[in-house]
Structures are given as structure tokens and as C-alpha cells.
Design a protein around this ligand. Structure first.
Ligand code: FES
Ligand code: FE2
Length: 388
């Protein structure tokens, strides 16, 4: 979605007998239809997704630079749960449900710094590793099980400085969900571990989160709807999106980079002239523009027809940058704005009694004008709803 113009990558289909044993043509493949409207409008399906998708997958929580020092914390909401991340004394980033183990008051709000976590209700006090340390008069209770009381932790990984959490206590590590992505990102953005957020653009969208994610995950709509990118840097005929575990990897060759609006030192590293993107199912994407410029997408579903997208932009050490600021503004005014109108129109259409889900355009040769990435996404969506 973030790119560019299109020209069809060809699939070779002929009708003569000699092609009978060739690779399957589109005609040989069963038609795969898009998901029914209810997947994007039904409160029941949204509830099933909370359990089957959002509570079982790796979700972005924040950036490690928000937790510079031991004791730093920030609270957030995700999948209907209130959580908080903190940095422990040993430097480890930990995440807990934001609920006291006494009588369930919330523990922290916003962000801040604390050497211990003190509940505002009756001041039970927890160490930064979640262990209960003290509480007024608890010694009066015979055999008070203090050593057994601990805040409920949440699986947490720091992925090149980006904190991800998973409400499934048995979650497989991110490297299993998204094979190769950590290494590829490190190569495409050599300074990634020194980055801090500098621009954080909030985009409310009146649509189901999956509509927005599907729109991000195909470029079949790009030539018609993204004129800025249509004259941009990628070679659309080389654009492709392929599953890589539960990652959808966008790749493309770039045009001549002379027309870029910012300077790029192509000799500085192997991927300095590259564009690529790694969408991590279900709600986050790392995107790299030429010049090793990292930017991110983060979706948060609020209800069946309501989500927010955040665009994140980063610089080394969080240094102010006119270049990055201008890119963020241009992105918001062009691609993002264009996509808002698309996804909100689709959402209205999905509620129409007149909508019959159409066949996905699946080109065996893949390429920019094929929706094979949507097929993968919709399969994961179906699996998640069934699991919920
Ligand atoms: S609810 Fe937290 S101390 Fe009572
Ligand atoms: Fe788009």
C-alpha cells in the first residue's frame, strides 16, 4: 500500500494443448472469495478475534527508549486489557497486567518512574519484578502467603528496541513467528538499535482493523489511488508481497534515486538504496525507505468498525530532523489520506446487503496486481476467529 504505481507482472496463460502440463493457470485454481462482510462488522466476530487473534499474538506496546532507566514505566491498553511495561533493576523490560493482587485496583497510570510499585488503594507494595514486598498489617494474618503473591506477568520481547507483548503465556518467540525478520531489519537499518521515535502520527479510521490491514497488504490499488507514490521510487513491476512465517514481506526494486527529496549515500551500506517492509501479523509493520529510513505502522482495534493507526518515524538518538518531519507530513497528506477514504468506503460497503464477496485476484506469478497476500491474511483471520 505504501508504494507506488503498477504495471502488470504477467502470468503466462495459453489455451493450446502443449500447455496442459505447465504450471497451473488461474483458470485451474479454485476461486477464492474474499471474507464475508460479517467478519468486518459483527460484534460477535470481533469478540472472537480478541480471544483468537489479539490475545494470542505479538502486539506492539511501546519503544524501549520510553524505559530509559530501571523503574521507568508506562501503562497502556491492549485487547481490552490494561497493562504496564517497566524496566527492572537488572535492566530487563517486563510487562504486567495493571491490577493489584489484593482487591484489583489499578496500579499505575500514564508513565513515570518508581523504585517500587505501590497500589493507590491500600498501598500494597511490589518490587519491580512483580513480587509483593509489603502491605499494611499483612503480618497480622497467620501464614500470610506473601512469597506467593506476584503481579501477573505478560510475555515480553524487545525486538530491535521495539517492545512487543503477547497475552498467551505459552507464546512461541517472535523469531519463530517471523523467521529471519530480526536479521533482515538489522541489515536494512544498521543503526536500528540507536533509534528513538521522533514523530508519532495518529490516524483514527472508521473501519474494521482488518480492512485497514488488508489495504496495507496489497498494492493492487496503488496505481489508481497513490499518485505520489506512482511517481516515486519503486519499480512497480517488481513489487511483491510474500508470506515469511506470519510476516508479509514487501519487496521491490527501486527507480533511479536521484529524484529523492532527501540525500542518500548509496555507498554507506549494502541496503542504503533499498525499500522493503515487514508486516508482522496482526497489527504492526516495519517499513524501510531508501537511505535506511525506518518508519512503522501500528494498528489498534477498538471495536468492529473502529481502529486507530499510528505512523512512527525515528532518528538516531531521537535527534530532531527536518527531513524526517517533512517525510512524515508528506506521508500523512498523501498515502495516508488517500487510504483513509478507501478503507472507510470499504467499511460502508461491507455493511451493504448488496455485497457479495468477490473472488480474489490470485496470479500464480504473484506480483503487484495479485492478491495472494490477502489470501494469506484472510486465512489467518479465519483461523483466528475459529480459534476464538
Ligand atoms: S487493591 Fe491494591 S492494595 Fe488493596
Ligand atoms: Fe494504499
Amino acid at each position: 500500500m505504501t508504494t507506488t504505481t503498477t504495471t502488470t507482472t504477467t502470468s503466462t496463460t495459453t489455451n493450446d494443448a502443449s500447455s496442459a502440463k505447465a504450471a497451473p493457470t488461474p483458470q485451474d485454481q479454485p476461486v477464492v472469495r474474499s471474507l464475508e462482510g460479517k467478519y468486518y462488522t459483527s460484534p460477535e466476530i470481533f469478540a472472537a478475534e480478541q480471544a483468537g487473534v489479539l490475545m494470542r499474538t505479538w502486539q506492539f506496546a511501546g519503544h524501549a527508549s520510553q524505559l530509559e532507566n530501571p523503574g521507568d514505566y508506562f501503562a497502556f491498553e491492549m485487547s481490552g486489557e490494561r497493562l504496564f511495561c517497566l524496566r527492572d533493576k537488572d535492566g530487563e523490560v517486563r510487562t504486567f497486567y495493571n491490577v493489584c493482587q489484593h482487591r484489583a485496583h489499578e496500579l499505575v497510570s500514564g508513565s513515570g518512574h518508581a523504585s517500587v510499585v505501590v497500589c493507590p488503594y491500600h498501598s500494597w507494595t511490589y518490587a519491580l519484578n512483580g513480587q509483593l514486598l509489603a502491605g499494611p498489617n499483612i503480618r497480622a494474618v497467620p501464614d500470610f502467603p506473601k512469597s506467593e503473591i506476584c503481579l501477573t506477568g505478560v510475555a515480553t520481547e524487545v525486538f530491535h528496541g521495539f517492545i512487543f507483548v503477547n497475552l498467551d503465556p505459552n507464546a512461541a518467540p517472535m523469531d519463530e513467528w517471523f523467521p529471519g525478520v530480526r536479521e533482515e531489519l538489522g541489515a536494512f537499518v544498521p543503526h536500528i538499535d540507536a533509534l528513538k521515535p521522533v514523530e508519532w502520527v495518529e490516524i483514527p479510521e472508521k473501519c474494521n482493523w482488518k480492512v485497514s490491514i488488508e489495504n496495507y497488504s496489497e498494492c493492487y490499488h496503488c496505481s489508481l489511488n497513490h499518485k505520489t507514490f506512482a511517481t516515486g521510487v519503486v519499480k512497480p513491476e517488481t513489487y511483491d508481497i510474500q508470506p515469511q512465517g506470519y510476516c508479509l514481506r514487501h519487496t521491490t526494486e527501486c527507480q533511479n534515486l536521484d529524484s529523492m527529496t532527501y540525500p542518500i549515500d548509496l555507498d554507506s551500506n549494502e541496503h542504503a538504496g533499498a525499500y522493503s517492509s515487514w508486516f508482522l501479523w496482526p497489527t504492526f509493520s516495519f517499513q524501510v525507505y531508501p537511505g535506511n529510513v525506518l518508519n512503522t505502522y501500528h494498528w489498534r482495534p477498538h471495536g468492529p468498525e473502529d481502529c486507530t493507526v499510528w505512523r512512527g518515524w525515528y532518528t538516531q538518538g531521537g535527534a530532531p530532523s527536518d527531513i524526517i518531519h517533512k517525510l512524515a507530513v508528506q506521508d500523512r497528506e498523501t498515502t495516508v489520506e488517500e487510504d483513509i477514504h478507501l478503507v472507510e468506503s470499504v467499511q460502508r460497503g461491507l455493511k451493504s446487503r448488496g455485497y457479495v464477496p468477490g473472488p480474489l485476484v490470485l496470479d500464480p506469478a504473484c506480483g503487484v496486481n495479485s492478491e495472494h497476500s490477502i489470501r494469506a491474511l484472510q486465512q489467518w483471520m479465519r483461523e483466528g476467529v475459529e480459534a476464538g
